[in-house]
Ligand binder design. Structure first.
Ligand code: FAD
Length: 316
């Protein structure tokens, strides 16, 4: 059986969209088997995973796995690779899952591909490297391939799987229990949609000018029901929290509409937003590189343009 293990990402039991993307990809390559770690598993989670093609769901929701940082999850996957001989392991290209992937590769003596944006039969992957500047085709040539897929790179498609649950029992080593999670701090969420899952994102950069002025970005976002993002210049300056940074060292977004205000369009920023369907740039410099990428550009001062735009949208 050509099973493909998919490490599930969830927030308190809510399956994240990236997992549905991974399951969609896994279906094209073999038989998807979801691997659930941590608390919060429920009939809803089971239904969601099955809806997107999970034939099997391996459950490892014991505190032994969920109370410790990454290492037990790598041991769990290594255990499943040994027991089940899957043809590949797919994880999301998030900071945590990439660390799990690296640890797993050492344990099972295999190779890892990260920042993969597409994968086809034969497990040939397209990788986005150098901050999204170059795409390369790669394949793992040794052991069971471990592939870290970038969130928002794959359109999700539902297709029912059996969703058969199987509890996994294995012993976590003492070494893997070296770093225990003592507290989980919830990200501030507010009423806006989650950045990586939003259909519209309005992002501000250095051109916004101050933390206080970010209110105009928020007001435009709220008029559109959008999430707010920021460039690294804005988050490094302390104008907006780091969790909202878009780019190579921030979040990857792929909304229907991305509005970049006062953002020059550095390659590291593009890496996190260039797959947006429609890009609108607002910048006072007509030579700003963001205009090369934008579908629509407005040359001018964002402090004049954005409040007018918000007013017009709110009127409708
Ligand atoms: P700037 O480049 O300074 O651009 C500001 C823009 O605002 C200019 O184009 C200017 O014309 C315009 N402007 C100014 N005033 C106004 C106004 N009143 N109205 C309209 N337009 C105005 N950056 C990221 O964003 N995300 C990342 O994840 C990231 N990761 C990085 C990783 C590494 C390893 C490195 C080296 C860099 C990374 N960077 C990242 C930084 C990146 O190189 C840029 O420095 C950054 O994106 C610049 O942010 P910015 O466009 O807001 O600022």
């Amino acid at each position: 059986m050509s099973e493909i293990l998919v490490l599930v990402e969830h927030v308190e039991g809510q399956v994240k969209k990236v997992t549905l993307e991974l399951l969609t990809l896994a279906r094209k390559l073999g038989t998807p088997a979801a691997v659930w770690t941590g608390a919060g598993y429920s009939p809803d989670a089971q239904a969601r995973l099955a809806e997107y093609g999970a034939e099997k769901i391996y459950l490892a929701d014991s505190a032994e796995v969920s109370d410790y940082v990454v290492a037990p999850k790598a041991e769990l996957l290594a255990h499943l690779v040994t027991e089940r001989s899957p043809i590949a392991v797919l994880v999301a290209a998030t900071a945590e899952a990439k660390e799990i992937a690296g640890r797993l590769a050492i344990k099972i003596d295999s190779g890892v591909l990260t920042d993969v944006v597409g994968i086809e039969d034969g497990l040939v992957a397209d990788q986005s490297i150098f901050g999204g500047g170059i795409n390369v085709r790669s394949r793992v040539t040794k052991g069971v391939p471990i592939v870290a897929i970038r969130p928002n790179a794959t359109p999700v498609e539902a297709a029912a799987g059996a969703g058969a649950e199987e509890r996994v029992t294995f012993t976590v080593s003492d070494a893997a229990k070296g770093a225990r999670i003592v507290e989980r701090v919830k990200e501030e969420k507010g009423a806006r949609p989650e950045l990586t899952e939003a259909a519209i994102v309005v992002s501000g950069g250095r051109g916004v000018g101050s933390a206080e002025k970010f209110s105009i970005i928020e007001e435009l976002a709220d008029s559109l029901g959008a999430a707010v993002g920021a460039s690294r210049a804005a988050t490094d300056a302390g104008w907006y929290p780091h969790q909202f940074q878009v780019g190579q060292t921030g979040k990857t977004v792929s909304p229907q509409l991305y509005i970049a205000a006062g953002i020059s369009g550095a390659i590291q920023h593009r890496a996190g937003m260039q797959t947006a369907k429609t890009i609108i740039a607002i910048n006072k410099d007509p030579e700003a590189p963001i205009f090369e990428l934008a579908d629509y550009g407005v040359v001018g001062d964002l402090h004049q343009i954005i409040p007018q735009l918000t007013e017009e949208i709110t009127k409708r």
